[in-house]
Design a protein around this ligand. Sequence first.
Ligand code: RTP
Ligand code: MG
Length: 140
Amino acid sequence: MAVTRTFSIIKPDATRRNLTGAVTKMLEDAGLRVVASKRIQMSREQAEGFYGVHRERPFFNDLVTFMTSGPVVVQVLEGEDAVKRNRDIMGATNPENAEAGTIRKELAESIEANSVHGSDSDENARIEIDFFFQPEEIVG
Ligand code: RTP
Ligand code: MG
């Protein structure tokens, strides 16, 4: 299995509860390495751009409001089969449906305030990494 990269966000519900380290520990324990990380306050424009694919979904406005409600930590993660590995440790979108031991089951508050984002394909990982990071900010 090839070493690849994925993009992760520690969402405002997690930063508010001081869980940046707890989330990162679970990612690292799952075999992922943080090769870039920064804490930012997303602007409304940034959040709307990032979640552009969800523009027509009923939860879009609430999602943008939530994602701009406090700081987030954007990260590039590296590891074997990073996209799938990260999706596995994140758990299902709705924490009620997530498996025990996943980040969302253990830490998330709700289907919206679900503590983490992770890219869903290698192609989207590249797009999302480029959205937030300059190449020199990533140190593998
Ligand atoms: P993500 O993109 O954040 O990694 O999560 P995901 O693939 O599991 O979920 P997705 O369907 O892409 O939805 C993106 C984010 O929107 C919020 N959401 N709210 N209120 C709702 O019904 C609802 N559904 C989704 C969540 O924050 C979800 O992670
Ligand atoms: Mg998604």
